[in-house]
Write a protein that binds this ligand. Structure first.
Ligand SMILES: Nc1ncnc2c1ncn2[C@@H]1O[C@H](COP(=O)(O)OP(=O)(O)O)[C@@H](O)[C@H]1O
Ligand SMILES: [Mg+2]
Length: 1047
């Protein structure tokens, strides 16, 4: 253990402006269900069991991805999961790393954005056992990049080439192994160049350590490289004939297992077509393709050459095969023939050719086959690179994808494993350095004090392997070059001598009892950072030397096949300098790669295969634990957890946990840092458990974070209640407002309706009242619509009233009042009524009474308003006879004597005044229908007999006196002038006379004053009429007759 002066805990949380808290945070509380999404959150981070447990839990739920900070751990599902669709691409595109569950797209997106937005070169380091999903992972990264980058034709071409480079490389570099039907048998580093706009414009591929031994030998149940089988299965007969090949796999010696090599899961024929297509895409010419297949075919033919041995010299068994090879590659058969069986050594100028033994010939032939194939592969990569070269020369940002085996530990580990494990040590070194660098940067940025952290730095192991002059590779090279008889054993001895003191080198002797049990004496053990690995030195020197005899190289350099000619340059043959050994070459290319990667921002994908059976759903704890160990994941995690397990920008932390303190809930208005400080103080974080950086809070252990998270989860219910409350309230309020509005609307309309009705009612009422009033006011006017009812009513009521108040007596002249409109009716009715009354009255009258009325009427017509005493005459009945009983008797007599049957109409006593001297005399007046008789009052002696026609005038006064002057015509000589009478009932008397004479006009009513009257002989008498208190008719002093009437 080395004590570093740096904190090596965590990979950089990239300097991105993330916003919301995301998936990882979500994961904090879901941690018990499907494990944690980030191993950093494992409380027991030292426990391998806990680690594997977490992987298993997630694997069972098809959650194949888990983070260790920024490192993605991927477990091969061995089945197609529907998690690489365009939908996922969109989801992971442009969101923060922590915002969604772990995914290879998240890693790809983070790298791509860092590249395009910040211009930082990227590398994605994919490691893992064979069959763990490295190559698939690298393809997913490519898929994502292709999906999110531009779609211009030029970009499409580049993307197409990048994607199509895979089938070609896989055909030549992949094979079916026991671990993986499509196992990459080479390490690959692919650089993708991006334009300033973020579109891929080109690429470059570096290949490492093609497993060329596979060309000549395969382990049980494994196959040679795919291309051989593809060619035999897929090529047209014509092409096969040209290549002199047969389809039968058993034909070829280099197919160790012949037809057993056929694999159900692989459709070689279809794959071949795909490869041909891909070759076209990456712009391999027809000629080039022809040359390539010629080489592939020639390798098969080489395998079949075969040797026998005669007198210790190898003899070619099947010359036709050599012929085929020479024909395909374009060289002289004889020369090739000889090169297969002889070896030329140039020892300090002495050129010596010696024949080969059969064993040596086979070795040489196989070396040639491997070399040809290996160089063909390298040429292909080179050719691909030419095709992928960016067109423009400007500086481009680059994203590298490294797909290389992880630690390999087998039962028997050889040179190849040594190289691969060395490579992984170097990658771990890179990981540490890059991690440290970015950690340091982040701490500086955040102004956090640097802490001393115990941490294992594997530099010491790297040095053990590669240190100049002292390291294993140097020792091996030295041993290879040593004159004499260097062997693998001598190499082991050398190592044991030189390295035994090294802590990480364990020789058989130095090993403890336990280890010794597993180690043979040909083995040594290296304590790699990920664990101990025992190597067997057998074959180390050979493989390191990688010897191809000069004769064969020479023949190859002279071939006409453009490729072999190019990859076996003449200079190689002529140069005196020894080529670098395989290990040194690898070391150098590895260091070059480290340099390339050192300047980039790394992303790590660690692939794990869950079982050896290539089966989905099977999680073998033992196998996984093994890989966890040798992928160095526990070490990764330790590094991550050395300092602070969790860090977040203050804004995010505050946003998530602000509800935990009253000071920050619901909103904190101060700076976020201060808010976070409030939370931290409130929750009572231990002093050592956290640090406050400039923009982030750092929390040391998950325990503290989980406590915080649990508090938050508990609090969430409260918050949920509040949110629910507010939300429900809001809903209800909205509902209420809606209802209220509706109610108001309804109310409004109903009020409006009612108001309208009311208004109508009032209008109607007003109209009625107005009409009523108008009708009332105009009830006396013309009948109109408005007053009609009034009038009708008035009429009806009037009639009713009238009917009850009709006068019952004719004398009652009263008449009930009437409405104006009934004036005429009233008048008419009154008349009618009165007529009816009269009629009734009249009908009830006796003839006497009738007579009486006739006379009264006559009297009225004569005297009404003419004579003052008239009114007194109205009441008393007119009588026919005013004579006393005595006089009646006398009248009887008179009647008998004078009246010859005339009927007496009237008789009364009168006073007669003499015409001369006006002496009053008692007389009786008798009226018949022909005559008027004046009789002596006592004797009834006829004094005057006046025919009625003699009555010229009946003169009375207007006054109330009873004077009656009967004018008699003067020529009527029998009498002695006018007759002056005082008649008691003068009105009655005059009326009777007129009634008989029928000459009302004869009645003269004279004003008070003087009236003259005729005397006999033309003389005139005068009557003075006055009024006075004592009425009398006497002879006045003037000689006139003085009539004093009462006033
Ligand atoms: N993410 C994955 N989803 C589904 N199958 C996968 C996935 N990764 C690997 N596989 C399966 O595992 C096999 C081996 O994967 P591969 O990438 O070739 O391994 P490696 O390159 O590590 O040797 C693939 O052929 C494929 O069937
Ligand atoms: Mg692979």
């Amino acid at each position: 253990m080395a004590t570093l002066q740096v904190n090596t805990n965590v990979l950089p949380a990239r300097n991105r402006s993330g916003t919301a808290t995301g998936a990882m945070e979500r994961d904090l509380h879901a941690r018990d269900r499907v494990g944690v999404q980030d191993f950093v959150l494992l409380e027991n981070f030292q426990s391998e069991d806990a680690f594997v447990d977490n992987l298993r839990k997630r694997f069972k739920e098809n959650l194949i991805y888990t983070y260790i900070g920024q490192v993605l751990v991927s477990v091969n599902p061995y089945k197609n999961l529907n998690i690489y669709t365009q939908e996922e691409v969109n989801q992971y595109r442009n969101i923060h790393f922590f915002e969604a569950p772990p995914h290879i797209f998240a890693v790809s997106d983070t790298a791509y954005r860092s590249l395009t937005e910040e211009g930082r070169g990227q590398c994605i380091l994919i490691s893992g056992e064979s069959g763990s999903g490295k190559t698939e992972a690298s393809k997913k990264v490519l898929q994502f990049i292709a999906a999110v980058t531009g779609h211009k034709a030029q970009v499409e071409t580049v993307k197409d080439k990048l994607l199509q480079s895979n089938p070609v490389l896989e055909a030549f570099g992949n094979a079916k192994t026991n671990r993986n039907d499509n196992s990459s048998r080479f390490g690959k580093y692919m650089d993708i160049s991006f334009s300033a706009l973020g579109s891929p414009v080109g690429g470059n591929i570096l290949n490492y350590l093609l497993e060329k031994s596979r060309v000549v030998h395969q382990n049980p149940r494994e196959r040679n490289f795919h291309i051989f089988y593809q060619l035999l299965a897929g090529a047209e007969d014509e092409m096969l004939a040209k290549l002199q090949l047969k389809r039968n796999l058993d034909t070829y010696y280099y197919f160790t297992h012949g037809v057993e090599g056929k694999v159900n899961t692989i459709d070689d024929c279809q794959q071949f077509q795909q490869v041909r297509k891909a070759m076209a895409v990456i712009e391999l010419t027809e000629q080039e393709q022809e040359d390539i297949f010629a080489i592939v075919a020639s390798v098969l033919h080489m395998g079949n050459v075969g040797f026998t041995e005669e007198e210790g010299q190898a003899q070619i068994l099947k010359p036709e095969c050599v012929e085929a090879v020479s024909k395909l590659l374009g060289c002289k058969t004889s020369k090739l023939d000889r090169a297969f069986t002889h070896r030329t050594i140039d020892a300090r100028g002495d050129v010596v050719t010696s024949p080969l033994t059969r064993e040596m010939a086979i070795y040489a032939r196989d070396a040639l086959a491997k070399a040809v194939y290996d160089r063909l592969f390298t040429w292909l990569v080179m050719r691909l690179n030419t095709s992928l070269q960016p067109k423009e020369g400007r500086r481009k940002e680059v994203m590298g994808i490294l797909d290389i085996y992880g630690f390999e530990i087998f039962e028997r580990n050889s040179f190849e494993q040594f190289c691969i494990n060395f490579c992984n040590e170097k990658l771990q070194q890179l990981f540490i350095e890059l991690t440290l660098k970015s950690e340091q940067e982040e701490y500086q940025r955040e102004g956090i004090e640097w802490e001393h952290v115990e941490y294992f730095n594997n530099k010491v192991i790297c040095d053990l392997i590669e240190e100049k002059h002292k390291g294993i590779i140097s020792l091996m090279d030295e041993e290879c070059l040593r004159p004499g008889e260097p062997t693998d054993k001598s190499f082991l001895t050398k190592m044991n001598e030189n390295l035994s003191s090294h802590d990480h080198y364990i020789s058989h002797r130095k090993a403890g009892k336990e280890l010794q049990k597993n180690m043979s004496r040909e083995e040594f053990c290296l304590k790699h950072y990920a664990g101990d690995v025992i190597y067997n030195v057998d074959g180390f020197l050979d493989k390191n030397n990688d010897l191809l005899f000069r004769d064969l190289r020479e023949v190859m350099s002279e071939t006409t096949n453009s490729i072999t000619k190019e990859v076996f340059p003449v200079s190689d043959v002529t140069t005196k300098k020894r080529p670098d050994t395989a290990a040194t070459q690898f070391k150098n290319s590895l260091n070059q790669l480290m340099e390339i990667l050192m300047n980039k921002e790394p992303s790590y994908i660690r692939c794990i295969k869950p079982n050896e059976l290539d089966q989905s759903g099977v999680f073998n704890d033992r196998i996984v634990t093994h890989q966890v160990k040798y992928l160095g994941l526990m070490e990764n995690l330790r590094v991550r957890r050395a300092g602070f397990a969790y860090r977040r920008p203050y804004e995010m932390f505050l946003q998530r946990y602000k509800c935990l303190t009253p000071a920050t809930w619901p909103n904190y208005h101060g700076p976020s840092k201060q808010g976070v400080h409030e939370i931290v103080c409130h929750l009572g974080f231990e002093r050592d458990e956290y640090r406050m950086g400039n923009t982030k809070i750092f929390i040391r252990s998950p325990r503290t974070l989980f406590a915080t998270e649990d508090a938050f989860q508990a609090k969430k219910h409260d918050i949920a209640t509040i949110i629910q409350k507010i939300w429900k309230g809001r809903l209800q309020r909205q509902e209420y407002l809606k209802m209220r509005e509706a109610a108001i609307t309804i109310e409004k309309w109903s009020r409006r309706f009612l108001a309208q009705k009311e208004a109508e009612r009032r209008d109607k009422a007003v109209h009625i009242i107005r009409n009523f009033i108008k009708g009332f006011i105009t009830r006396n006017g013309q009948i109109t619509e408005v007053n009609k009812a009034f009038v009708e009513l008035a009429k009806a009521q009037y009639l009713i009233r009238l009917s009850k108040n009709l006068p019952t007596s004719l004398l009652d002249k009263s008449w009930p009042p009437h409405p104006v409109v009934c004036r005429e009716a009233s008048t008419l009715l009154h008349q009618l009524h009165r007529r009816w009354l009269s009629r009734k009255y009249r009908l009830a009258l006796s003839p006497g009474q009738k007579r009486q009325f006739e006379l009264k009427v006559l009297a009225e017509s004569i005297f009404k308003d003419k004579k003052k005493s008239y009114p007194q005459s109205i009441g008393p009945r007119f009588v026919d006879d005013r004579l006393t009983e005595e006089q009646k008797a006398l009248r009887q007599t008179f009647q008998q004597n004078h009246l010859n049957g005339d009927k007496i109409v009237y008789a009364t006593t009168v006073t007669k005044y003499d015409r001369h001297g006006y002496k009053p005399r008692e007389r009786v007046l008798v009226l018949t229908n022909k005559h008027l008789y004046v009789l002596d009052g006592k004797t009834f002696k006829l004094k005057h007999n006046l025919g009625l026609d003699m009555l010229q005038e009946l003169v009375v006064t207007t006054e109330s006196d009873n004077l009656l002057l009967l004018r008699i015509p003067p020529e009527y000589k029998k009498d002695k002038g006018d007759l002056i009478l005082e008649v008691g009932h003068i009105i009655e008397a005059v009326t009777k006379i007129v009634d008989v004479t029928k000459k009302a006009h004869n009645v003269k009513i004279m004003e008070a004053g003087t009236i003259s009257h005729n005397l006999i002989g033309g003389k005139q008498g005068v009557i003075d009429i006055t009024t006075g208190t004592s009425p009398a008719i006497v002879k006045g002093k003037s000689g006139h007759l003085l009539v004093v009437a009462s006033p």
